[in-house]
Design a protein. Structure first.
Length: 588
């Protein structure tokens, strides 16, 4: 399906054309039909000669309803501009074209209608002239009459060519459905409608609305119940467990976790705009939200929105001056996650950065600007698609982080320096804990450190990072350790008592260093043996009749319960012995 919005001055024959093309009534309200004027958005659809389906979003032309018009136009990929032959280019023709241009819509068609009332050529030439200077460029034109039916077949063919040129939608991406209508259907409950520009919807799935998870009870597409709707489409979504009053036009149904609503965006003004007031209304999708505009320099500005919006890089929107009911400017979102502007001069520096921004995703530039960023953040900002691998010569991907090569090299240098400084300051434990390394290098996530360390010629083990082969410098404790080693070589299970350790100058730090250096083995808090102790114990225990008790082991090893119990537990833990029941073991 394709979606085309109408545009054009009030009473120029938009709704009449839609009615003639579709056989459906776009003016849904009794008041609209009584006044013969479109007030709100109308919806109608038809098949084209090629078999393609087109759904129209028919907009009001009257200046008072420009907000409604923008809600219909905002999410539409293409536009049908309607001009009356007898009236020519009028104020809202220009206003609507300004909105089309601000939104950067590139696909359109011109219909000069009411050709039964006047020579269509002057109106056509004038309209073409205006349109060719907008984002639409030169468009195909058709002369028609809604009253006589003249040119309707040509218009159908032209619509076919128009929709045939539209770029294929992305359907495996995130959903952001700007809601344009909310109502209840008896027996079904709350229904919302919108133009699905990308992604797909499935009955039964969960979506997010304003942070709430809601389940899709059913879907309608062109009036028919369906299980799944792919973009581009007009779609009606029946939602469970939400009241009509809790939803309004401009709200968004979104892929859960797929978007990060923001109140700040840096934008480029895309249409020449001078003397913009600071208080404006931003029209994006079907939403109209008050914003504050802070010029940064050149045509760039920071927008602060009255409520959070799910924005992404490259979004187009319209700024309107609420006092004047006019399109004030178009905006292109350059950054939906901008840095805070604090210090004097930071706005000007920010403008410098933004001047170079294209509004197209540039992963390398984004990662370089931020240094390091989580992949999921770039995905929610629309900068990187799921599964796409960034340029590996400029960006490194580690544990869900994207790190600019330049930042990686500075981290690497800082890590080597920090590890060396740690080793100098802590000779008894020269290996630096990962978290301390993370803090001193200012890496956002300790999970990145192991790869950073390896890439820097360092080694990682036991939650610490160090130069390869680094040893604890035991210094003054060396003599005490050597004496203890000599004694344990003779009496392997006579673990030293606290008094002996202190007498040999071995406090907690020295013992920890000797353990880290592989000189001693510590079992629990109390027992210190040689690292060979457990293997020597196994040789003795294997000679016992199996199973054996703690007491059997103690006697065979010539030691005390203080040593035997943790030693046996250590052997259990290594899988060298197993406990048969609560008190007896056997050698495996
Ligand atoms: N004679 C003539 N009248 C038309 C034609 N198209 C629309 N009209 C009339 O123009 C008026 C406005 O039409 P409408 O479709 O409501 O205009 P919209 O405001 O652009 O939607 C209505 O009275 C229509 O009957 C046409 O091709 N020929
Ligand atoms: Mg109308």
């Amino acid at each position: 399906m394709h979606v085309v919005a109408t545009a054009g001055h009030v009473d120029h024959g938009k709704s009449t054309l839609v009615r003639a093309l579709t056989g459906m009534e776009p003016d849904r309200w009794a008041e609209e039909r009584r006044r013969g004027m479109t007030i709100d958005l109308g919806y109608a659809w038809t098949g084209l000669p090629s078999g393609a389906q087109v759904a129209f979003v028919d907009v009001p032309g009257h200046q008072r309803f420009i907000g409604n018009m923008l809600a219909g136009l905002g999410p539409a990929p293409a536009v049908l501009i309607v001009v009356a032959a007898d009236e020519g280019w009028r104020r809202q023709s220009a206003e609507h074209l300004a909105a089309v241009d601000a939104l950067g819509i590139r696909h359109g068609l011109l219909a000069v209608t009411r050709s039964d009332l006047a020579d269509p050529r002057p109106a056509l030439a004038e309209a073409q002239d205006h349109i060719s200077r907008s984002s639409l460029g030169t468009v195909e034109s058709v002369v028609v009459s809604g009253a006589t039916g003249r040119g309707l077949a040509d218009l159908r063919n032209a619509l076919d060519r128009l929709v045939g040129q539209l770029p294929p939608p992305v359907i495996d991406g995130r959903v952001r459905l700007w809601i344009d209508r909310v109502f209840t259907i008896r027996g079904s409950g709350t229904v919302v409608t919108g133009t699905l520009g990308a992604g797909s919807l499935t009955a039964g799935e969960e979506l997010e609305l304003d942070g709430r998870r809601l389940r899709v009870r059913g879907l309608h597409r062109l009036g028919e119940a369906v299980e799944r709707v792919d973009a581009v489409a007009r779609v009606a979504v029946n939602l469970r467990s939400v009241a009509v009053d809790d939803i309004s036009r401009g709200d968004v149904l979104a892929t859960p976790g797929g978007w990060r609503p923001t109140r700040f965006a840096d934008v480029r003004l895309t249409t020449a705009a001078t003397d913009l007031p600071a208080e404006l209304v931003l029209h994006i999708g079907s939403a109209a939200v008050p914003v504050r505009l802070r010029p940064l320099g050149g045509l760039t500005a920071r927008l602060t929105t009255a409520r959070p919006l799910p924005l992404q890089l490259g979004d187009r929107a319209v700024l309107r001056d609420p006092g004047q009911q006019l399109v004030a400017a178009g905006v292109l979102v350059l950054d939906a996650d901008p840095p805070t502007l604090s210090r004097r001069g930071s706005a000007a520096r920010r403008a410098q950065v933004l001047l170079a921004a294209t509004g197209r995703p540039d992963v390398t530039a984004e990662v370089t600007r931020r240094g390091a960023v989580q992949r999921v953040d770039l995905e929610t900002l629309g900068i990187l698609s799921r599964g796409v691998i960034p340029d590996v010569s400029a960006v490194r991907e580690v544990e869900g982080w994207l790190v600019a090569e330049s930042r990686w090299r500075s981290w690497s240098a800082a890590l080597v320096e920090a590890v060396d400084a740690h080793a100098r300051a802590h000779p008894l434990e020269p290996r630096m804990p990962l978290e301390a390394a993370r803090r001193s290098v200012d890496v956002p996530d300790a999970r990145v450190i192991p790869e950073l360390a390896r890439d820097s010629g360092l080694q990682v083990g036991a939650g610490r990072v160090s130069r390869p082969g680094v040893r604890a410098r035991l210094g003054a404790a060396e003599t005490g350790i050597a004496e203890l080693e000599a004694r344990l070589a003779v009496e392997p299970f006579a673990a030293p008592e606290r008094g002996e350790l202190l007498a040999r100058g071995l406090g907690a730090r020295e013992l920890a260093a000797a353990v880290a250096a592989g000189r001693l083995l510590r079992l629990g808090d109390e027992v210190v043996l040689l690292p060979s102790g457990p293997a020597r114990a196994m040789r003795v225990l294997a000679g016992l009749s199996q199973p054996f008790s703690v007491s059997d082991a103690r006697q065979a090893l010539g030691t005390t319960r203080r040593v035997a119990v943790p030693l046996l537990e250590h052997l259990d833990a290594r899988g060298w012995t197993v406990r048969d029941d609560t008190s007896r073991r056997r050698v495996v």
